[in-house]
Write a protein of this length. Structure first.
Length: 329
């Protein structure tokens, strides 16, 4: 064998060895992960829908993975501060974030974000969907969604609706209802769901959309009247509340949701492993019961499916924002 032939053979063998090592690397990484504590960033304060969902998942992950899983609350700027912390974290498989519908809306609401949703963050899994429920003051002159729409049409500008803030899921869902029905209602934004609900119960506003987890208790206590669910199907947690579709408002749906993201560049095998873990967790009987009791439909899908879902949500709410000329002023 001459020198040139030997050299070529050595190069070929080296290339084959490198390819084999690369093929083994993901499997080795998956087997060794996690080797230390995992952090889940929640871009909202403790106690809300996002935080409760994230802590439920974190507890189960800790049990399954054998490592501590902590929740790090980073509220502010409609979820942008915490999401940016995830985007700028080391992509080593030890930092994740849980976001909600505002994540998709922010792409259109803000002219510039401190992160690029396409380049800086990687979808992991959609944990669950929480269709929004419409609540009205018990003394309002309408008892159903159909009556609400008819009243607002007859009295343009005399029905006010609350939201947890400009650009929130509650705000955009009501704007979508207005666009679908031609009912003109006045928006009153609040700094969060709690003060909005307080004023709804006090009669300062007539309508408020929120996740079922925040409305079921006051609904049962008679402090508000639940008149419709913005979903294809009724919620197991509120089986007596009809959907808007049942009441003649075709195709009207709106929800918040909780999904997990990772910093872009996180090893693909780790992202897939985390998605698989979430899928198994939300299918556990106790977790499913807890989520459904909050008015949340468990999902637990793949990174690819969650990526498509985010794209659909971004387009849907982007259209609503542009048509309604929603601003953050």
């Amino acid at each position: 064998m001459n020198t040139r032939t030997r050299s070529r053979r050595q190069v070929l063998l080296a290339a084959l060895a490198a390819a084999a090592a690369a093929a083994r690397a993901p499997q080795a990484h998956a087997q060794s992960w996690p080797a230390r504590p995992i952090r889940i960033v929640v871009p909202y304060p403790p106690g809300g829908f996002t935080d409760v969902t994230a802590r439920l998942i974190a507890q189960k992950l800790q049990e399954r993975l054998g490592q501590p899983v902590t929740v790090d609350n980073r509220p502010g700027a409609n979820g942008i501060i915490g999401t940016d912390a995830v985007a700028k974290a080391a992509p080593d498989g030890y930092t994740f974030g849980v976001v909600i519908a505002a994540y998709a809306a922010n792409t259109t609401l803000y002219a510039k974000l401190p992160y690029d949703p396409q380049k800086d963050l990687a979808p992991v899994s959609l944990i669950g969907l929480s269709p929004l429920v419409a609540a009205v003051n018990p003394n309002a002159p309408f008892k159903t969604a159909k009556e609400l729409v008819e009243h607002a049409r007859r009295n343009p500008g005399k029905v006010s609706f609350a939201s947890s803030g400009n650009g929130s899921a509650a705000h955009l869902t009501t704007e979508l209802l207005k666009a679908r029905t031609g009912a003109y209602m006045v928006h009153i934004p609040y700094r969060g769901a709690a003060p909005a609900l307080t004023d709804l119960m006090g009669g300062q506003v007539e309508l408020f959309f929120d996740a079922a987890s925040g409305l079921l208790a006051p609904g049962k206590a008679g402090k508000v009247r639940l008149i419709g669910v913005a979903s294809d199907e009724r919620l197991p947690a509120a089986p007596d509340v009809p959907t808007f579709i049942e009441q003649g408002i075709t195709g009207f749906t709106g929800s918040t949701w909780a999904g997990m993201l990772a910093p872009a560049g996180t090893p693909r095998d780790v992202v897939k492993r985390m998605a698989d873990e979430i899928g198994q967790i939300v299918r556990q009987d106790d977790v499913r019961a807890r989520l459904e009791g909050m008015g949340t439909v468990p999902v637990g899908n793949s990174p690819e499916e969650f990526e498509r879902f985010i794209g659909e949500e971004t387009r849907k709410w982007g259209d609503v924002i542009r048509r309604a000329k929603v601003t953050l002023d």
